[in-house]
Design a protein around this ligand. Structure first.
Ligand SMILES: O=P(O)(O)OC[C@H]1O[C@H](OP(=O)(O)OP(=O)(O)O)[C@H](O)[C@@H]1O
Ligand code: HPA
Ligand SMILES: [Mg+2]
Length: 179
């Protein structure tokens, strides 16, 4: 496993510290409100689990599964709902939690979809964002790290379903791509 990685981009300690900081902001912003956090499967599982435990605000949690990447490293732009929410979000304060905003196509589609369901508010928290890869402009309230335009894995992020369980975010060695 170690040989497959080119470098560690963000350590576990840096992730923990950043999530604590974001959780503090979320606690202040949603004080006295009923907050529903929505994790986007599967990539956001780690961020959801750690962020939910870092906030003091009582939250309820729900999940959506959408996929635009399949097994490749490029977004197809075609988003499919694999699993919808169990919750009716009309009138609810909704915070969508993502592992990464790359092209932005997945989230852009998701925000339009969720926005049409009449939430009281709709905001986004993402651990990672690639500003150079953005194909659409998305207003993101909570961003952990802006990162270079390189394919990353770990902490929920996969390459062909592997590496999601790494406790840090790293970049892949070229031979892993099949080169
Ligand atoms: O900004 P974009 O270019 O749209 O890319 C970001 C999305 O792609 C990844 O999900 P993926 O579709 O690979 O599914 P997964 O979470 O199950 O890995 C990631 O978790 C984001 O949801
Ligand atoms: O850099 C990435 N790594 C893993 N999954 C992804 N989905 C979008 N961008 C990425
Ligand atoms: Mg993926």
């Amino acid at each position: 496993m170690g040989n497959d990685l080119k470098s560690v981009l963000i350590t576990k300690e840096e992730i923990d510290a950043k999530l604590a900081e974001l959780a503090g902001r979320i606690d202040r912003d949603y004080q006295g409100r009923d907050l529903l956090i929505v994790g986007v499967l599967k990539g956001a599982v780690m961020v959801m689990a750690d962020l939910a435990r870092a906030v003091s605000t009582p939250v309820t949690m729900d999940w959506m599964a959408v996929s635009s990447y399949g097994s490749g490293t490029r977004s197809s732009g075609v988003v499919r709902i694999l699993k919808d929410l169990d919750t009716d979000i009309a009138g609810r304060h909704v915070l969508v939690v993502e592992d990464i905003i790359d092209s932005g196509l997945t989230l852009s589609w998701l925000l339009t979809n969720l926005g049409s369901r009449g939430p009281a508010s709709l905001a986004v928290c993402t651990l990672l964002r690639k500003p150079e890869a953005a194909q659409v402009d998305i207003d993101v309230a909570y961003v952990g790290f802006d990162i270079p335009n390189e394919f990353v894995v770990g902490y929920g992020l996969d390459f062909a379903e592997k590496y999601r369980n790494l406790p840090f975010v790293g970049t892949l060695a070229p031979h892993v791509y099949g080169g």
